[in-house]
Design a protein around this ligand. Sequence first.
Ligand code: ADP
Ligand code: ZN
Ligand code: ZN
Length: 733
Amino acid sequence: MIYSVIVDISNSQVDRVFDYTCDSELKVGQRVEVQFAHRNVEGFVVGRKETSDCPPEKLKSISKCLDDFTVFDEKMLQLGEYMCRKYHLRLIDVLRLFLPPAMRGNRVRALSRKQATISSQCALTLEDMLEKCSRAPKQQQLLGYIAQHGATLSSKLSEKFGSSALKSLVDKGLVTEQEIVVKRTPYSGVSGNDARHTLTPSQQSVVNSIMAGTGQSFLLHGVTGSGKTEVYMNVIEQVVNSGKTCIMLVPEISLTPNMLRLFRNRFGDCVAILHSGLSAGERFDEWMRLREGEAKIAIGARSAVFAPLDNIGIIIIDEEHDSSYISDFNPRYNTIDVAKYRCSQYGSTLVLGSATPSLESFLSAQRGELTLLSLPERINKRPLPTVEIADMAMERRKGNKGLFSELLRQRLSETIEKGNQAILFLNRRGYSSFLMCTKCGYVARCSDCDVTLTVHREDNELKCHYCNKRYKMLTNCPECGSNAFRQGKIGTQQVVEMLNKMYPDVKVLRMDADTTQNKESHVKILSAFANQQAQILVGTQMIAKGHDFPNVTLVGILDGDQSLYYSDYLATERTFQLLTQVAGRSGRDTQPGRVVLQTYTPNHYCLQLAARQDYLGFYKREINLREASLFPPFSTIVRILYSGENEKDCITQLTKHFNGISALKQQYEQDFLYLDKMRCPLKRAEKKYRFQILMKLSVRSTDEILQKIYSVTDSTDVRGVTVFVERNPQNLT
Ligand code: ADP
Ligand code: ZN
Ligand code: ZN
């Protein structure tokens, strides 16, 4: 038999199948090792055939088969091909998404351990056996132990009774040992008891609609605290009981211990977790449990949409507006598109859920492409938090130059006195955002990026938040030698320092990218806060979503304007979502919640509407703006990004492509709403210069024009320049 193989080399020249022969039977999706260009490389079987166009004497045979199972099935392969067409990707880059990363290069494998049991060959009764080792009490104890507990890991028995006892029993033929595969369990400490809630009538009616609409796509718009998670779990339970499998996606940063605990408690080992925070071994084992059908529910971040499941009944995407669902590096894809495709393969149901749906999804619902379901009230009609706006410009005029408004200080003190908890949100980590010499104006910048360095007091360092490069703290200005510096905007580290001064007896926790570098530190901080080990939690966007802390009655948003003034058309939508989500952390249990929103622009519609948690009001206003100014979803933004260490080469490549695209524009005059070339706002990153071609296209011709743009960019020929085509990029820096 002849097999078509995709070799595991990401390169445009080898982005096609190569034929190999093999004497043994192989299946599509099997990993193999083949000879390619005089070396051994890994590859995937993607097809079988009788004959090859390659002359038989040139056909090489497959060197070896790497696993005794397949890593994807025919349907996944179809999905891969769909993604290649849709996003112009190389098949190998997509196939790599389908398996745990460490499987490539065989850097991970199943963990096996020896296990001991009473030998089945041995005809003696337990009493006779004990009699046989009457002079060896340890052996007797060991026998007694496995007689009572059944098969036990040999390592555990050796630890308890000594390794010689075990060995003697094996030698006597009373006990046998056997290699078994043991699964590594991520977050094994996360468990607890959660009461099962009786659904409220509105939750029940949402569940009923979803269950009655098999194969349909839904948008569940439920305010923060409306009980969406309970709805998801209910639906998943019914789907699993009907013999089908489920995928539940959450944003990368909100896979919280709380969420895990709820799912583990409800579904036990039937749930597998997939996300990048797991160790290679855990990830492999969780993936295997899904593949083998031991687990039927995959829960995880973006990449869990590729969970190795068959017979999918439902895919749920929680916080569907979150930008982490869009992969903005190669391979670039949109998780919602991928989920839709997988659903179409199985006739499964799709549920997108959010308190602040993306404008695009809500528009789809208005157009009837998604069925809209709503949970307009919090559980038990608990009120949404009261939001008070603190006008920081006014504070300045009154002489308060500090970070905290009078109002926020007052609310914070009240909260602490009552023994409640508060969350303070500032989307800026580090100590302060830049360091400037007051004498000559020198500002510390990263040598590799066009980015100012952030001061980190804890490590007494300057860090580049783009490439993570670290620099020694400056004592003197490298330009003029002065030692007088001014620092930029306050970051989370400094907020904690201030709070410690303001409330010396109050324990404060901080959660941001700096405090969550270790694998489980995330979980630790959140559990400590949930267990009331601290009264105040300071954090970046990591604390915005999904968390359910019943004792939090105050949320303080320190800088509500921060993301509002990016030059990006998405800035207002992002700000609205973030503020609504953060505010939604307050007053989720019986005690009413408050939010203090600090801003210099108290009358901005985005802040006003976020303060009222008025999604529909915001939607109407923003969608009209987008329509009037022809921004997505009423047009498509396409950006071609050029980056390379040599500035001239980037410009040469860009100019060539720009000529090609200008010709396209003449052909599609009506559909090019905008076309220009320029430096990117972030001019240099990680030593590479960055340029872009930006265009705005009519929606109806986007697909057609994109194919032609791809044929222009496929002719990339200047060495050292990377070219990326992005459709509606989430980030225009
Ligand atoms: P959302 O995801 O919509 O923000 P959650 O699912 O976190 O909301 O639910 C908010 C709170 O309400 C949680 O503490 C949850 O345990 C509780 N809850 C959910 N459903 C019910 C119910 N039917 N009865 C009582 N409490 C519920
Ligand atoms: Zn200076
Ligand atoms: Zn840098």
